[in-house]
Design a protein around this ligand. Structure first.
Ligand SMILES: Cc1cc2nc3c(=O)[nH]c(=O)nc-3n(C[C@H](O)[C@H](O)[C@H](O)COP(=O)(O)O)c2cc1C
Length: 181
């Protein structure tokens, strides 16, 4: 199958996640094409592919505008084929019920805004990227880590992504797509 992977990232973790999705697609004998949503062109029209993965991360409750725009423009083609959404966040790193209901609301809002309903959804835990934050982000993220009771090194990057769980999600999505789901 030809499989499209479109992502948006602010600090880089979702690019890494999209890279892992594409690698897994290739490992399982399919052909991936990856694009950053800010650079997606006519060659990245979902209508040209058998299945599509979109991935974006949450910043203050919203996914990147470029991903929202891409999904909205291509909603019809995305809805017409097997498609999956990978939502990247720090809320998904924990088990706080309020955080998880917040995640559900963000995904719902994304669906309403874009008109795309992903066939499958995966919540991937993201990362603290203290080496890349500017002063304001560093301050905000230290506060978030503190509020969550997370002991985190504020001079390094800490990754929470569960890579085997992501691989399993890709495998299941491709298996369902292969069955014509
Ligand atoms: C300024 C800022 C705001 C964030 N807001 C949220 C949020 O509202 N909910 C959440 O679960 N995670 C939030 N995060 C965590 C990010 O989703 C997480 O760091 C993710 O790995 C970022 O992905 P990226 O590197 O692809 O941009 C925020 C991170 C930053 C830096």
């Amino acid at each position: 199958m030809r499989v499209l992977v479109v992502y948006a990232t602010t600090e880089g973790q979702t690019r890494k996640i999209a890279g892992r999705i594409a690698a897994r697609v290739a490992e399982t004998g399919h052909t991936p094409t990856t694009a950053d949503a800010t650079e997606a062109g006519p060659a990245h029209d979902p209508a040209l592919f058998d299945a599509a993965f979109l991935a974006g991360s949450l910043h203050a409750g919203r996914y990147q505008a470029a991903l929202v725009d891409y999904a909205r423009r291509h909603a019809a083609a995305l809805n017409a084929r097997p498609s999956a959404f990978v939502s990247v966040s720090l809320s998904a790193a924990g088990d706080d019920p309020e955080d998880w209901s917040g995640l559900a609301r963000c995904v719902e809002a994304f669906g309403r805004e874009t008109g795309w309903t992903a066939m499958r959804l995966h919540h991937a835990a993201g990362a603290f990227r203290f080496t890349r934050y500017d002063f304001l982000k560093r301050w905000a993220m230290k506060y978030i880590a503190h509020r969550r009771g997370q002991a985190v090194d504020t001079h390094a990057d800490t990754e929470y992504t569960d890579w085997p769980a992501l691989d399993a999600f890709v495998d299941e999505t491709l298996a369902a797509a292969g069955k014509g789901a």
